[in-house]
Write a protein that binds this ligand. Structure first.
Ligand code: ARG
Length: 244
């Protein structure tokens, strides 16, 4: 009897851990991200930090849950949320029509746009110059979508944004199309690169949850609203961007 009890307890702990705080059953909220995207998520020593992480920690805290971060390819995040492996997806994810077919999104917490990184002194100085060029992007991102529409460009897709920039360094691509905040962090830390002044899209970042998980979405939205009203969101952004 006792043994069954223990087994049962173990089983429920395992189940609830799997179901996740996002479903009210466990004490962890699992966030799927791609931690190669400063200032939103990146490794500082062994730890994943950034704007998204700070926001997610507060959301989890508001829910009385512990935040667990699962780092994966950007391209896998929506699947992880859809299949329930993660409760929320948070990775500077731009809300898009296509993604809305697969997951639900929270209220917007940041605005973004695509920027073009080139080598210093490059003859690419405007969008028009990208026609027929080799463009590097991170696989499955809005930069990837945008680049597909550049006339005659050959789009080289990399799993990581950093790899795309490495390819630029090595002359394998002529430009990289990627989110502006990321571009700015990267270019300020590494020499020899420049960002074109022009921005190319109007995008909005939000947090995704499994389709129909309104209970979780409401909690996420309540925290996001709170973060905005209290000025805490501004503070977090300033900590990682403006204050640099
Ligand atoms: N905002 C872009 C998108 O949603 C790129 C996000 C990349 N994020 C990351 N953590 N690597 O497609």
């Amino acid at each position: 009897m006792r043994k069954t009890g223990i087994l049962f307890a173990l089983f429920s702990v395992m189940c609830t851990a799997f179901i996740g705080c996002g479903n009210d059953e466990a004490d962890v909220l699992v966030m799927a991200t791609n931690a190669e995207f400063p200032p939103y998520e990146f490794y500082s020593d062994e730890e994943i930090v950034g704007i998204d992480v700070d926001i997610a920690r507060i959301i989890a805290e508001d829910m009385g849950c512990e935040l667990v971060i699962e780092d994966m390819a950007f391209d896998s995040i929506i699947d992880a949320v859809e299949s329930g492996k993660a409760d929320i997806g948070m990775a500077g994810i731009t809300v898009s029509e296509d993604r809305l077919k697969e997951v639900d999104f929270s209220d917007i917490y940041a605005e973004a746009s695509q920027a073009v990184i080139v080598k210093e002194g490059s003859d690419v100085t405007s969008l028009a110059d990208l026609v027929g060029k080799r463009v590097g992007v991170q696989l499955g991102t809005t930069g990837d979508d945008f680049s597909e529409n550049i006339e005659d460009a050959s789009v080289e897709r990399y799993n990581r944004g950093y790899e795309a920039i490495q390819a630029l360094d090595q002359g394998k691509v002529d430009a990289v199309v990627i989110d502006r905040e990321f571009a700015e962090v990267y270019v300020s830390q590494n020499g020899g690169l420049a960002i074109l002044d022009e921005s190319f899209t109007d995008e909005e970042y939000a947090i995704c949850v499994a389709k129909g998980n309104t209970k979780l979405l409401e909690k996420v939205n309540a925290s996001v609203q709170n973060l905005k009203d209290s000025g805490k969101l501004r503070e977090i952004v300033d900590k990682y961007i403006n204050a640099e």
